[in-house]
Design a protein around this ligand. Structure first.
Ligand code: ADP
Ligand code: MG
Length: 243
């Protein structure tokens, strides 16, 4: 655990989100939470409780209806798509359950892709991508296609891709959801190592063993944050038993 926690990097106040429809669905209800620089936090809840909706808002992939969201001192509200994309690309690395790798590009090309979109030249992008693959212990897999990699290797490639733009925050949506329990533990160790190196990480999961591997669990039940008592939640093993 990193005890030298910094300022709030994420600050949500009374966030509400309703999906419109014949029967509108009020998915997030007065959600307030703070996440500080250097934290490794999980957001845990049952399927359908609103976790991905919340993570999409945190990642500026979706809007909210009311409340406020401040990300690193920037008010995230009704941004233009360009401005949202600019903030996302500069600040946030995403990791998803299904890896979201491009199947016909090798590991190195997948990791380098966000740099291509930033206009970084080929030589530099490949060097930076290789650096992240090395960090993930995957240098010898750089020229393999995703189809030639194990699930754990694919997720480590995806993590390398999330890191290659040097974001200040990693957001992961069920990053171990497609992995067996041994591989899941290995991927959680990767997140712990990144956190030890100072990275702020938010992991959404329904898996108690994933939550237990983080320093703080934020629980969401039917779109409401159930408890967010920062001190009592830290590494409280009783949390594993009651879910
Ligand atoms: P979780 O990630 O915790 O499983 P989600 O945030 O994906 O939950 O979904 C919360 C609720 O919102 C679910 O009932 C889901 O069916 C609904 N939902 C999710 N996305 C949409 C959408 N784009 N339009 C309408 N309903 C949605
Ligand atoms: Mg989800």
């Amino acid at each position: 655990m990193n005890y030298e926690l910094g300022e709030a990097v994420i600050s949500l106040r009374d966030i509400n989100k309703t999906y419109p429809g014949v029967v509108p669905l009020h998915v997030l209800k007065d959600v307030s939470l703070d996440i500080r620089k250097g934290e490794l936090v999980s957001i845990m809840g049952a399927s359908g409780s609103g976790k991905s909706t919340l993570l999409n808002i945190l990642g500026i992939l979706d809007n909210y209806d009311s409340g406020s969201y401040i990300l690193d001192d920037v008010m995230i509200k009704d941004l233009s798509e360009n401005r949202a994309a600019e903030l996302r690309n500069r600040m946030i690395g995403f990791v998803f359950q299904s890896f979201n790798l491009i199947n016909y590009k090798n590991a190195l090309e997948n990791v380098a892709l966000p740099l291509f979109y930033q206009g970084v030249g080929r030589r530099k992008r490949n060097a930076l991508a290789m650096e992240q693959l090395e960090r993930m212990g995957l240098a010898d897999r750089a020229h393999h296609l995703p189809g030639e990699l194990s699930g754990g290797q694919k997720q480590r490639v995806a993590i390398a891709r999330a890191l290659v733009t040097k974001p200040s925050l990693i957001l992961a949506d069920e990053p171990t959801g497609a992995l067996d329990s041994k591989t899941s533990k290995e991927v959680m160790q990767v997140f712990r190592d990144l956190n030890d190196a100072g990275m702020t990480i938010v992991i959404v999961t329904h898996d108690p063993s994933v939550g237990a591997a983080t320093d703080r669990i934020i629980r969401i039940v039917d779109g409401r944050i159930e408890t967010n008592d920062q001190l009592s939640m830290i590494n409280d093993k009783r949390l594993i038993i009651d879910c």
